[in-house]
Write a protein that binds this ligand. Sequence first.
Ligand code: GLA
Ligand code: ZN
Length: 660
Amino acid sequence: MPTKPFFLGADWNPEQWPEQVRAEDLALMREARVTAATVGVFSWSRLEPSPGVYEFGWLDRVLDGLHDNGIGAVLATPTASPPPWFTLAHPDALAMRRDGVRLVHGSRDTYCVNAPAYRAASLRIVSALAERYARHPAVRLWHVHNEYGTWCFCDHCGRAFRSWLRERHGTLDALNDAWTADFWSQRHTDWAQVLPPRATQYLGNPTQELDYRRFLSDSMLSAYTEQRDAIKAVAPDGQVTTNFVLGGWVPVDHARWSREVDLVAIDHYPSTLDGTPAESAFAADTARGWSAAAGHGGPWLLMEHAPAHVTEHGVQRRKPPGMLARIALGHIARGSQGAMYFQWRASAGGAEQWHSAIVPHTGPTARTYHELRALGETLAASEGRAPSCRSAYKKAPFPTGEAGLPAAGAAGAGGGEVAVWFDEVCGWAVGASHLPAPVDYQGIVEGWHRALWRRGYPVDVVPPTATLAGYRVLVVPAAYLLTDESARRLDEYTREGGHLVVTYLSGIVDEHLRVRVGGYPGALRDMLGIRVEEFDPLPPGAVVTLDTGDLVTGWTEHLTAPGAAVLARYPDGRPAVTRREHGAGRAYYVSCDLDEAATARLLDGICAAAGAAPILPGLPDGVEAVRTQDGVWLFNHTDEPHEIAGRLIARGDVTRLPLA
Ligand code: GLA
Ligand code: ZN
């Protein structure tokens, strides 16, 4: 089995600090058994202070310094932030907003990915960087760009959009048809009339908007592969990736991109402090699913997360002591090849001077640094982790995947018997503002994942391209946009013995957002044995009680169930939850938004019938179990000690039960 390098470290921005601070940082990293630092992310203006003039000396010293201390480099390309000289020389390469306002430099990510000048300048700096460092012994991983996801609506994008559309739809007639252009007189009679979805009077065309996101994703992907190929041209054995930023606003189809990276890498910034364990599990299970579906087998890397805070509704909530290690180890148990942070040393100035860091403004006496150092020790010293002692660093700077980590596979680390379907492109479609009610696609998917997570089921989050056979239960929440191919695969999965759980608002439209008419959900109606005639979303605050006593908010439907057994009914006797035997499997339909307790009860019944069991039944709320190839890892997220399987776990602690 090929070994993977192990990554413990952070983004490091030594160019913001004088030489003696850099030296102190290296000593602190070594002391904490840091194995990698991400450098160069936003260094373009330092590397190329004027067009074609390169200053690599400082980066030479940074990479040499890392190497001398047995620390690897994740070497970034700096293209997420072109220098001011570039934007003044190429005003057409600045991003344009939807409303036509041209942005100016002053922040980051202010460029048009389709501007020829930007692409040429990017390729130049990346090629120079790659040539210089292709053989530098510190470089473990190439980190292209940073968090692709920038929007632009300029004329360069308009031109590129039209050729992308020609490629996708073939003819103007096909485009008009796909976009339902007969609605509101939007028929195009010449390609020149086709525009990006810029600011317009009222609701825009939802298919134009969806195609634009797909187009931006492909545009950025081609910018990424262009850089990757330039790196591989001089460093053919180099491992190349980019850090994915998660969130429905990002026009990047990460499942598709995962095929183009050597290691799936994500950044993760949860939205609430209390929700962090569940949100982290969801992110990790998602990254593992992308990795597995793309043919990488499941391993992935947590490239960034915050050391000491979670920003909750704009307020930086402090992570309590112990959380740093618990969350990092949770990611590792779920297949991450390490834990990387943003950032190593807190910036004294600049837009992110208040972002938490491993070495905060106080300096290395701060607890965050000590917590990281303890984590480094834990990782290095745990049983079965071969290069554990510090002296081994010079010879083998990275503990290997085999020795240091649970080997990850879709079912090897973290995941297993139950899968939750997560399709970012569908999320873009559901996020449109013309639906019968506001629908939070990712929130719904995370809700199903959370219910399974809380009950301790081993879960994978899978994109539509994943191999489905092998999962006992597959939950498909709010899969509003479902292609014919996906519908066929879900049917096949069920006929061959899978237990499929489909929720409301699934299988409604095709890939062009055209409703599959004749009764919802057009794509799955026959398999489910039901027919939805009307949606009946509830106003905020309204609660409906089913005949099972389960509570429903948010969404309800009027349906008939000519071919399915009714498991729960609305107060007037109409079906709410149904089940149909289909081939060797079963297909359930949940027409409403059940609360978490009801969701858990339903899932318990479905999983039991399918033969899927929790990793350890009856765990107290807040204690998480993750099955890995080297045992079951237990995470106590609560403030009390718990005794599990005869072992006492202190509050906030992590322990590992050996495999029976
Ligand atoms: C992102 C970026 C980092 C930094 C962090 C913290 O993940 O990649 O450069 O901005 O967020 O905000
Ligand atoms: Zn543009």
